[in-house]
Design a protein around this ligand. Structure first.
Ligand code: ZN
Length: 406
């Protein structure tokens, strides 16, 4: 028996009395919500909206049972509940804040879609009512910032005018005559939602009574999804929340930047420019420091019997970039080899002036083979990482032994 859908004629009905026709264990149910302990109840009539047409189902209670999910099964509405219901008369009540939110979003969607269609020839090909934001997919040219803003402003104008939203019934033919834009190929009497003087749209969803109840539409952004344009928007309570959250973000940003809210963007620009300058200065100073330290070390390191200076050193508490700069500064001097490590992260770096005549890449590989780790480079410059930083000293001793000859 077909379930009578109370929400079809009165989407504001929150409570109802109905008879339970059947209640079966839901173990064989494919729904992800269904657990071993859930049941599928069918009533003679219901105010519960089942997931369909982009609008999610209602939550609520039937008797003492919690409603976990509501779905359409041909003419019947199946309520997934958390306990068994007796086949008697029961009271049902829907989670009203959730439902009203869905109504605000859904009517808002009809209105916004109508604006895109009417003024910008952008038809809506699908609608999704998410937990945070709602989206419509538009087909056609990319909607510019200007178009998004214009559609939003026009939709809000109709909200301010508080136009009547009503349910119409008719055959596909009758609805077409009344001005339904969408092609309808279903048989029998259909349901459509009319926004006074704006549009008529076949729809089985729940809607507010007047556009004023949508409250406000905020279009957030648009992005390409395959061949279409996905437009994100929020209505009513969600728009209020989004506006509040956006403003809090702006206020906090202004406080962080110690500026007026209107100046956040320019203040941020200044901060970023300062950061870039500081970074440049820091790099320069680090390079000069590396060069100065290299000069000192070179002065106090005598050449070995082959006339090569080998410098080995393990750093800790030093910037990671310093190792490379220091190695480069040392390797500028003829007949010099630098064998360096950094405790943090176990960085290891070998560099030489080409005149030293060794192969740093081969040397690094030989060492890492013994200590474990990875890395590589060129004949004059090779870097890597030892598996365990506590083996760094040992790795450098090993390397030194190899470059200092037998
Ligand atoms: Zn709809």
């Amino acid at each position: 028996m077909a379930t009578r859908r109370l929400y079809y004629d009165d989407s504001f009905q929150r409570e109802f009395t109905a008879r339970v026709l059947s209640c079966e264990p839901a173990t064989a149910c494919p729904s992800p919500q269904a657990k071993a302990s859930s049941w599928q109840a069918i009533l003679d009539e219901t105010a519960f909206y089942p997931t369909s047409g982009g609008q999610p189902h209602d939550f609520g209670k039937i008797g003492d049972a919690r409603v976990l999910e509501v779905s359409d099964r041909k003419d019947e509405i199946v309520h997934l509940v958390d306990r068994r219901l007796e086949c008697v008369e029961v009271k049902g009540s829907i989670d009203w804040p959730r439902r009203f939110d869905h109504m605000q979003q859904h009517t808002g969607q009809h209105l916004l879609s109508a604006m895109f269609q009417k003024h910008f020839a952008l038809p809506t090909v699908s609608f999704h009512l998410g937990t945070e934001v709602c989206t419509i997919d538009l087909r056609g040219q990319e909607p510019s910032e200007q178009v998004l803003e214009d559609a939003e402003r026009r939709a809000n104008q109709i909200i301010f005018e508080d136009r009547r939203v009503s349910v119409r019934y008719g055959t596909a033919e009758e609805l077409t005559r009344l001005g339904v834009r969408k092609e309808v190929d279903r048989e029998g009497v259909l349901r459509a939602i009319e926004i006074e003087g704006v549009e008529l749209q076949p729809c089985g969803g729940t809607h507010v009574k007047g556009t004023g109840q949508i409250g406000m539409i905020l279009v957030r952004r648009s992005m390409r999804i395959r061949q279409d344009w996905r437009v994100e928007f929020v209505c009513g309570g969600r728009a209020e929340k989004a506006a509040r959250r956006d403003f809090a973000l702006l206020r906090e940003s202004a406080e962080e930047l110690s500026c007026a809210q209107e100046e956040v963007v320019s203040a941020l620009g200044r901060v970023l420019a300062e950061r870039d300058t500081h970074f440049k200065n820091y790099r320069e100073l680090l390079e000069r420091l590396a060069a100065a330290e290299a000069a000192l070390v070179l002065q106090s390191t005598p050449a070995d019997s082959e006339g090569i200076r080998v410098i080995d050193r393990v750093f800790s508490d030093m910037q990671p970039e310093f190792l490379g700069l220091f190695a480069t500064a040392l390797a500028k001097r003829e007949n010099t080899i630098a064998l360096l490590g950094r405790m943090e992260g176990g960085q290891i770096l070998f560099a030489q002036h080409p005149s030293s005549g060794k192969d740093m890449n081969a040397l690094l590989r030989q060492v890492l083979e013994k200590t474990g780790g990875k890395g590589g480079g060129t004949r004059d410059f090779a870097r890597g990482q030892v598996a365990d930083p506590s083996h760094l000293k040992e790795a450098l001793v090993l390397a030194r032994g190899k470059v200092s000859g037998p």
